[in-house]
Design a protein around this ligand. Structure first.
Ligand code: B12
Length: 274
């Protein structure tokens, strides 16, 4: 594809993403992504830990075998979109039985339309990436950082200047080399007292996890940050156990609604509603 056409496509897809309801969007080069932390560290996560027996998606339980990314053939660039999940719309994040959250459905629709535009108008080969890595997805936070949407905060989440961590992500690949739209210099956690760290009911970000024995539990060290996946999974299991049958809006049916913990996200002062 000629350079001019590439530039035209970049601006068209970014504008279209906004029109379709995305709040942020950008591009990340696959070559750069292959060097990003998640794409390298994930292979060394203890096997026992990868086997998340509670993993589910819209079709039911997911068989988790490996977290190594399998790139679609010919993929050169990732387009990533983010949708704001405000504090006052918690249901965007809820799992209704096996049905994936409404927020994810919005994202999937946006990405599907963008895939069709890229393919129909520009003749580009695209691949709509699923949510789970073990189902052919990629590590979305790293992609968002390289695309310039924000940085990884102390809560191990993508922090954006506009919404803090209150965003959800989805992406697709293109078989055309496009320049990454980031990363940025944004680093809001530097002077923050770390409400997110204190908010975690399982101490997932605690310094006390330096106990070597816990490494086998999937504790990730990156830079000065610490995140215990095991601790976070424990909370998710608690959330699943505590889910109760509730009536669905505009229907007489009831379903078990899982409301996964977001304390580290909602404690962040960035993007918090006044
Ligand atoms: C598996 C998974 C989980 C698992 C394991 C989490 C984990 N972090 O390991 C569980 C179920 C515990 C979980 C929990 C949560 N998750 Co989750 N999860 C995922 C999933 C599917 C893959 C994440 C993963 O395995 N990463 C790989 C591991 C190895 O790395 P990591 O812990 O993420 O840390 C890496 C990055 O921080 C990166 N990094 C660190 N510093 C830097 C600096 C630079 C420059 C770069 C490039 C990268 C980078 O390197 C680290 C590894 O070394 C993604 C969707 C996706 N396909 O990406 C959603 C995702 C990450 N989860 C998300 C959310 C919101 C949550 C929860 C708040 C629960 C909820 N209510 O949804 C909690 C928060 C946990 C936390 N604070 O990290 C969002 C994050 C949105 C955001 N603003 O960042 C995602 C992107 C899904 C989405 N719908 O958009 N999750």
């Amino acid at each position: 594809m000629k350079e001019n056409k590439k530039l035209q496509m970049i601006s068209f897809l970014l504008a279209q993403a906004r029109k379709l309801g995305a709040d942020l969007a950008g591009f990340a080069s696959v070559e750069e992504l292959k060097k990003a932390p998640s794409f390298n560290i994930s292979c060394s996560i203890p096997e026992s830990f990868v086997d998340a027996s509670n993993a589910v998606d819209e079709n039911g339980p997911v068989q988790v075998a490996s977290e190594e990314v399998r790139w679609p053939e010919g993929a050169k660039t990732v387009m990533i979109v983010a949708v704001h999940h405000p504090d006052n719309r918690p249901e965007m994040d809820w799992w209704y039985g096996w049905t994936d959250p409404p927020g994810n459905k919005i994202l999937a629709k946006i990405v599907q339309s963008l895939c069709e535009y890229a393919s129909d108008l520009y003749g580009v080969e695209v691949f709509h990436l699923p949510y789970h890595v073990e189902k052919g997805g990629i590590y979305l936070k790293d992609a968002a950082v390289i695309a310039g949407l924000g940085c990884i905060g102390r809560n191990n989440l993508l922090i954006t200047p506009e919404f803090g961590p209150r965003v959800r992500l989805r992406a697709f690949t293109l078989n055309v080399e496009l320049p990454s739209t980031g990363p940025s210099e944004f680093n809001p956690c530097r002077n923050c007292e770390g409400q997110c760290v204190k908010a975690c009911p399982q101490n997932a970000f605690s310094d006390n996890v330096s106990d070597r024995g816990l490494r086998g539990e999937g504790i990730l060290y990156y830079g000065e940050k610490i995140f215990s996946r095991a601790a976070c999974y424990r909370q998710m299991e608690t959330d699943e156990a505590e889910a109760v049958e509730e009536k669905i809006e505009n229907s007489s049916q009831t379903v078990k609604i899982i409301k996964y913990c977001r304390r580290c996200e909602l404690a962040c002062p960035l993007g918090k509603a006044i």
